[in-house]
Design a protein around this ligand. Structure first.
Ligand SMILES: *[C@@H]1O[C@H](CO)[C@@H](O)[C@H](O)[C@H]1NC(C)=O
Ligand SMILES: *[C@@H]1O[C@H](CO)[C@@H](O)[C@H](O)[C@H]1NC(C)=O
Ligand SMILES: [Zn+2]
Length: 593
């Protein structure tokens, strides 16, 4: 288990969409987010009381489909030719679910849907979006022809939306109820490469207008301490759709719409870590109303913490993914989506864990076993403070998982066990926390303090602020002659990495987009070098070996372009060219630098 705090109580060390949108009007018109036209007639849903007759017993699925179809045709007052079943299945309870749509001239009316559910040979409930008071059963239907070809419709829709045509989906002719009548349309899909936008549209085959649409990208928002902010006193803001499509193609939250998903599972838990309370959302909105004057344990504050931890855990998952912490590299996911590595190891996060105080920790078993992140309350203030709201803390904890899985391969979980390697583990964790909270206005001499919110002290919990200014933070390689606690060692390692980081940022600039790992901005290069170094270094590396692994990452990723920037950073803090494991400061550089 790797922890956050050193100067405080020391924890033990070991290795360790969502529901359908609520109908608010008779017909659902697309909320503004979608921008494209959307019309869906109001649905009716009715339960059918059991007949009370002797049980019919189980019937075959085919038979159930026939029963459902006969029922719907009779109920809606249409002919069998007006209705077509599109899918059906039988669940574990033996109930067969049958879904279809009205059709005309042999074509589906896209938004005239109906379903019936059959148990023991009887329909137990049904629904429809036509045959209602607003939507007549027998609408006026135009001819199945239009002035525009499919190619015309595709060209116009792509131009109007700015989203390229998705060729994998062949266009289909359908009718659409626009709310003011039925039109004949071409159904097609538009999608961009990053899958940031993926919509299905129905284009009126006569006018070329998009008359209806379905957005396949789930929308979600989170009210959190948005990065690069560090702490809740800087304010909560709502972040919309932060999910990265490459790293989290199915979004962050699973179908429960809670702080539970493929990457992290965040809840207030019992002492034995059984989930009790998840953060919640309504229609994809993870709202929160943090109250700094109330105890962390109020329902509102637990929600705020759970949502923030869900956000941070997912962001670190998605960003680290870009730099190579993928399924094959042993990352943390419940489902690896067929991309390799071992699954079933989403990070279990314990909100305000009851088993400790004034700290946080992270246990990393080998790939395929879920890690546990425990976030404790900090007790030096009244009310207590919640570590889950000071972003550097959960980033620090999650990064323990990254460094543990990447060093020596993901199958071991035992490669950062020596004091020196464990110390670097603490250092990488703080370093990634600094990179993810860095601001474009920061400079190499900005004093970065961590943990100041949770302990309510401007000094925070490290011995000095992080900066490249030697007069503010004088730590050097030789400091390790007297520092032998992992967090104390980590501070020295961070200073070395921070020098390298600033050499790169001063030379190559700063990007606010950490998701583009291909960027040549200095902060992006620094993060790639550090994560790349983890992949190269031996099990239980020394500082010299970890430095050399970073230099190797510079060769493999950038052809050795940043070699001297790296050497200069390490040399300034005493780990120069002729430094050895004796930890005597050496500030020399190799020839050519
Ligand atoms: C957690 O709390 C339980 C019950 O209070 C205790 O028995 C257990 O040792 C604690 N676990 C840790 C890791 O501190
Ligand atoms: C935090 O520290 C400041 C300055 O020492 C003090 O005035 C304030 O009351 C403290 N806040 C809490 C919640 O303890
Ligand atoms: Zn730690």
């Amino acid at each position: 288990m790797r922890t956050f705090a050193a100067t405080l109580a020391l924890a033990a060390a070991a290795t360790s969409v969502l529901a359908a949108p609520a109908p608010d009007t008779a017909a659902l018109h697309r909320r503004a987010a979608g921008k494209l036209p959307f019309f869906f007639p109001e649905s009716v849903y009715e339960a059918v009381p059991p007949s009370g007759k002797a049980s019919f017993g189980k019937v075959s699925e085919d038979k159930a489909v026939q029963i459902a179809t006969d029922f719907l045709v009779a109920k809606l007052g249409i002919t069998a030719a007006d209705f077509k079943v599109y899918s059906s299945f039988t669940d574990a309870s033996g109930t067969t679910h049958v879904y279809g749509a009205q059709q005309a001239n042999g074509l589906r009316i896209a938004n005239h849907q109906a379903a019936a559910h059959v148990q023991n040979g009887e329909v137990v409930s049904f629904s429809s979006s036509f045959g209602t008071s607003q939507q007549p059963t027998k609408p006026k239907v135009p001819a199945a022809s239009g002035k525009l070809t499919v190619a015309d419709a595709i060209a116009k829709a792509a131009k109007d939306t700015g989203i390229p045509h998705h060729k994998d989906f062949a266009a289909v002719s359908e009718y659409v109820n626009t709310g003011s009548g039925i039109v004949f349309a071409h159904k097609l899909q538009l999608r961009d490469d990053a899958k940031a936008q993926w919509v299905q549209v129905w284009v009126d085959a006569n006018t070329g207008a998009i008359v209806h649409s379905a957005d396949f990208v789930k929308k979600a928002s989170y009210k959190v301490v948005a990065l690069p902010k560090m702490k809740p006193t800087q304010g909560f803001t709502t972040v919309a759709n932060p999910e990265n499509a490459a790293a989290s193609p199915n979004g962050w939250a699973d179908s429960t719409g809670t702080t539970k998903g493929n990457n992290v599972d965040v809840a207030k838990r019992t002492a034995s870590e059984v989930a009790q309370t998840y953060g919640k959302s309504t229609n994809g909105v993870f709202d929160s109303a943090w109250n700094s004057a109330a105890a962390p344990s109020t329902a509102a504050n637990i929600q705020a913490s759970a949502v923030n931890l869900f956000y941070i855990g997912n962001v670190v998952h998605d960003i680290s993914y870009q730099y190579g912490f993928t399924e094959k590299a042993g990352n943390f996911q419940k489902d690896n989506l067929g991309k390799g590595g071992k699954a079933n190891d989403a990070v279990v996060i314990s909100v305000q864990d009851s088993n400790g105080t004034d700290n946080a920790d992270f246990s990393t078993p080998a790939d395929g076993q879920a890690p546990l992140m425990r976030m404790f309350r900090f007790t030096s203030t009244t009310p207590n403070r919640d570590g889950g709201l000071e972003n550097v803390i959960p980033i620090h904890e999650y990064t323990h998982g990254i460094s543990n899985r990447l060093t020596g391969g993901s199958a071991t979980g035992q490669c950062l066990e020596t004091i020196e390697a464990g110390g670097m583990g603490e250092g990488w964790s703080d370093f990634v926390g600094l990179v993810l909270t860095a601001k474009s206005t920061d400079t190499r001499t900005t004093k970065i303090v961590v943990g100041d919110y949770v302990v309510n002290s401007s000094a925070g919990i490290r011995s000095a602020p992080y900066t490249t200014d030697l007069t503010v933070n004088s730590l050097k390689y030789s400091s390790l002659k007297t520092r032998n606690e992992v967090h104390d060692i980590g501070e020295v390692w961070v200073e070395m990495l921070w020098e390298v980081y600033w050499n790169l940022v001063d030379k190559k600039g700063f990007s606010t987009d950490l998701y583009n790992a291909k960027s040549t901005a200095g902060n992006v290069v620094a993060l790639q070098l550090v994560i790349g170094g983890m992949m190269n270094q031996p099990c239980n590396p020394t500082i010299i070996q970890a430095r050399d692994a970073i230099l190797k990452a510079d060769q493999t990723f950038y052809g050795g372009k940043f070699k001297c920037d790296i050497w200069k950073g390490f040399a300034k803090r005493g780990a120069g060219f002729s430094a050895t494991t004796t930890k005597t400061d050496k500030t020399d550089l190799p020839s050519g630098c």
